[in-house]
Ligand binder design. Structure first.
Ligand code: G6P
Length: 612
């Protein structure tokens, strides 16, 4: 996720100021580098967030139009050269982009051969050169810039929300959308392009939401929308009554809910370009350099904290069952002070959303000191863990603002599945099995959407149980870690006692707590341990404990025993946690919201724990 903002006007406002002010409200979309361009004053880019950019922009930086960007890195480290806006060889065409151009490597090769010089590692820069190339051919004809931009858009594959500016026609800006949001703002003698309405709202409430495959051309007094293939789209601006803050949250009340609801998109983003379904292979660019070494490793130690640790536990089950590698999972805070036995055939794999959690980082350093190969599954490009590990897989989940991790967990599980296929296929996993997993992975986004459609029922359930002071979460095998994650979500944001427990462990202690006031959330999908979990539910019911079951669609039997059932679509046993965690995230969210708590910023907790 990145944030883009563009302005053209003849209202007397200074584009430089409008753009900088707008970027502040987009900061939740990315903050590892920022940049601005106006045809009059040129471009300024910097690593870091808007505050850094503001320091670098001189007073006399101004203009009538321009484009600006906040980056959440995907391709290339968050450095100054990789920051947007990107330009062509001549500095004539300027682009800000949110998304990923998947075929950028082949386009880059072609354009390099045609004489273009690239300065960054960014996929976006390719697009600027592509428009330059097209413009060379179109320059004499009327409307050359527009034609060139459209021709270039037709050649790229991937996702984009972008704004394009050409110095030759400085008043005109082109926007395009495919998979990443674009909003046009329609003001008096001024027009805007942005990733969401928040930077537009101080200027106008009239907006047009672009749809995938649409292009828009704006000047201070005009805006035209058409489909990439040419037909005109007539869409009247709508008035929005959101505040800037509501707009940042996509209309949701909290970032946490927005981030849970992004789950399907996050699965797609983590998978993008990384599966070869017809061969049943996972293609992980970040691991290519160590692939040979990985073929020889005989043990993986996963180190992580909090939610990432629970993702690691699911990873352990996947990697052992499907890739045949012994795996241990350790809390970073424990690992760093033990004397673990490690050799050069050991991989220490860190999982971290922020890439900055101190205990996880120190565990990586300890692994390194002891000679292990270190890997990372990290969401924040260029973070310390990403830099210090030998190789890794980025999540591409976009920034997570809610302190309680939700979409990052989903993405970590997807990344672990890809790793399982990658390592499994090196070790005798059959192509047919790889294909089956790939097929099911691809089907997950639609299945996640189905769960989101039922969120009303989950909200109701959270209200029904709102008086509970304790909550038990049980699960077994792949859903054992999910039980712990469900409990963690609830305690983090609603401050009640919640605990996870292996369904098979109930009789060794937790069952003693059960009575009619102590509800249990039971993860009971129709998998290889379903019967066992079902019997644990019966034991709880025999002690009058209320039970909410998470079950696979079509299971009619469970409703006769459990008090309430939340259904999830069927999938492979190893992939079920990716779906089964969603109702638990939503339940925790609604439960805490009903209590009126600040769900995004729970008391006593921090998003990134960089101290011991
Ligand atoms: C904090 C956050 C959690 C997160 C954990 C690990 O406790 O509140 O949501 O799971 O840190 O963070 P990491 O960035 O390493 O995934």
């Amino acid at each position: 996720m990145c944030g883009i903002f563009a302005y053209t006007g003849k209202s007397g406002k200074d584009a430089g100021k409008v753009l900088l002010q707008g970027l502040v409200s987009l900061e939740y979309r990315g903050y590892d580098s920022a940049g601005i361009f106006t045809p009059e004053s040129g471009s300024i880019k910097t690593p870091g967030a808007v505050a850094e950019l503001k320091k670098k922009v001189p007073k006399k930086f101004n203009g009538k139009s321009g484009i600006a960007h906040l980056r959440w890195a995907t391709h290339g480290e968050p450095t100054k050269v990789n920051a947007h806006p990107h330009s062509d060889c001549q500095g004539e065409i300027w682009i800000v982009h949110n998304g990923i151009i998947e075929n950028f490597k082949e386009l880059k090769d072609k354009l390099t051969k045609a004489g273009h010089t690239f300065v960054s590692e960014s996929d976006t820069e390719v697009f600027a050169h592509l428009v330059e190339e097209k413009l060379k051919k179109a320059k004499s004809a009327k409307g050359g810039f527009e034609k060139a931009a459209v021709a270039a858009l037709k050649e790229i594959r991937g996702t984009y929300g972008m704004a394009i500016q050409y110095k030759g026609e400085p008043e005109k800006l082109i926007a395009a959308r495919m998979g990443s949001p674009i909003v046009l703002g329609v003001g008096k003698h001024e027009r805007f392009i942005a990733s969401d309405a928040s930077p537009i709202l101080p200027h106008t409430k009239k907006v047009i939401f672009l749809e995938d495959g649409e292009v828009a051309v704006i000047t201070p007094d005009t805006h035209t929308v058409y489909k990439l293939e040419g037909s005109r789209v007539s869409r009247k601006p709508e008035e929005i009554e959101w505040t800037a803050q509501q707009a940042q949250k996509g209309g949701y009340e909290h970032f946490m809910l927005k981030e849970i609801m992004e789950g399907a998109e996050v699965i797609e983003n983590t998978l993008r370009g990384r599966l070869i379904p017809e061969k049943g292979l996972a293609k992980l660019g970040g691991l290519e350099g160590v692939a040979k070494q990985l073929a020889k490793i005989d043990r993986i130690i996963i180190v992580a904290c909090g939610t990432a640790y629970y993702a690691g536990l699911v990873g352990e089950y996947m990697l052992e069952e499907h890739a045949g590698i012994p795996v241990e999972v350790e809390l970073g805070s424990e690992f760093r002070y033990r004397k673990p036995v490690i050799n050069e055939k050991t991989v220490v794999l860190a999982i971290s959303q922020s890439g900055e959690t101190l205990d996880t980082l120190e565990a990586v350093r300890e692994g390194k000191r002891r000679g292990a190969l270190t890997l990372g599954i990290v969401n924040t490009v260029g973070s310390t863990i990403a830099r210090e590990t030998d190789a890794g897989v980025y999540n591409h989940a976009g920034p997570e603002i809610g302190v309680a991790s939700t979409k990052a967990f989903v993405s970590q599980l997807v990344a672990l599945t890809l790793l399982t296929v990658f390592l499994g296929r090196q070790r005798g996993m059959q192509p047919s099995e790889g294909k089956k997993i790939a097929r099911e992975l691809k089907a997950l986004p639609a299945k996640a959407q189905k769960i989101f459609k039922g969120k009303g029922a989950i909200e109701k359930l959270a209200r029904k149980y709102s008086e509970a002071r304790d909550f038990l979460f049980i699960g077994r095998k792949y859903n054992y870690p999910v039980a712990f994650e469900g409990a963690l979500k609830l305690k983090e944001i609603s401050y009640i006692h919640a605990e996870g427990c292996g369904a098979g462990e109930m009789k060794h202690g937790p069952l003693a707590m059960i009575d009619e006031k102590f509800p249990t959330m039971a993860l009971a999908p129709s998998d290889s341990v379903y019967e066992k979990v079902f019997s644990a539910i019966q034991q709880i019911k025999a002690r009058k404990g209320p039970v909410v079951a998470i079950a696979t669609e079509g299971n009619k039997e469970i409703g006769k025993v459990a008090d309430d059932v939340l259904y999830v679509p069927e999938t492979l046993e190893m992939l079920m946690p990716i779906l089964s965690v969603i109702p638990l995230q939503l339940f925790a969210y609604y439960f805490a919201r009903n209590k009126g708590y600040n769900v995004d910023r729970p008391r006593n907790l921090a998003k990134s724990v960089t101290v011991e």
